[in-house]
Design a protein around this ligand. Structure first.
Ligand SMILES: [Fe+2]
Length: 251
């Protein structure tokens, strides 16, 4: 007798365990404004099954010139608040670097805040590619860093010529998709591109890119969407390979 088992469809993101993109450190970018905001966002991510967050404040010369020291200070405050709230969730920090004209100097002389495996999360203008994009990607790799492009689906100039994605991959870029792109949160064209990238197996990482309560509400709705959760769980993502910094150091 044949027994058909119904595939379990998760209703949270525990299967990923680690989130690699968020803006939870209060007051240093356009994410959480206060420690209370940050704590509420962490609570949502915890309730959604995450047990390790690598938060990634913007580093952008004009708007958010955050240094590693700024980020580490904010991280220490956030960790303390989370500990005081008795939440069993590990929090580390990297950054989301905007590829502007100052980024090359940061690669050369700065100390970059990285995701595991010396990975550097980068973003750029959603309207047009910086002329030095491929130079900077190359420069990162010659310095021993692995570039990870944040939300590739959101760059409108790329989706019009899909071969550009393959070119970025050929240049050694990994891709991190924003979960909310799949819901249409950023509009239909972004959603269509997100589906296409996912179905072509081009996505290495998933991220919440959590900034505020609207994102938290939309992420909860996504977790309840069986169709989308079924789709996501068809693929493997590198989130599952991440360990909290404290555990890696203890090994
Ligand atoms: Fe971001």
């Amino acid at each position: 007798m044949l027994i058909f088992r119904k595939k379990h469809i998760p209703s949270n993101f525990a299967f990923l365990r680690t989130d690699v993109h968020s803006h939870l450190i209060p007051g240093i970018d356009d994410g959480a404004k206060t420690l209370d905001d940050a704590l509420n966002l962490v609570k949502t991510l915890y309730a959604l099954g995450y047990r390790h967050l690598i938060t990634t404040p913007h580093v952008m010369a004009d708007l958010y010139p955050n240094t590693p020291a700024d980020i580490q200070d904010g991280l220490a405050r956030l960790r303390q608040a989370v500990q005081n709230a008795n939440m069993d969730i590990a929090i580390d920090a990297a950054a989301e670097y905007y590829i502007d004209e100052y980024f090359a100097a940061l690669i050369e002389y700065g100390q970059l805040m990285t995701l595991p495996g010396n990975r550097v999360l980068v973003e750029m203008s959603t309207l047009n590619a910086p002329s030095h994009l491929f130079n900077d990607l190359f420069r990162l790799q010659t310095k021993g860093y692995q570039p990870v492009l944040a939300h590739p689906e959101r760059y409108t100039f790329l989706k019009d010529d899909f071969r550009q994605y393959a070119r970025l991959k050929d240049y050694g870029c990994e891709f991190q998709l924003n979960l909310l792109s799949l819901t249409g949160y950023y509009g239909k064209p972004v959603r269509d591109t997100a589906f296409k990238l996912l179905k072509q197996g081009m996505i290495n990482w998933l991220g919440s890119d959590m900034h505020h309560e609207h994102h938290a509400t939309s992420l909860k709705a996504l977790a309840e969407d069986k169709h989308l959760m079924t789709l996501i769980t068809k693929y493997e993502f590198q989130n599952t390979s991440c360990k909290p910094e404290a555990l890696s150091q203890a090994e």
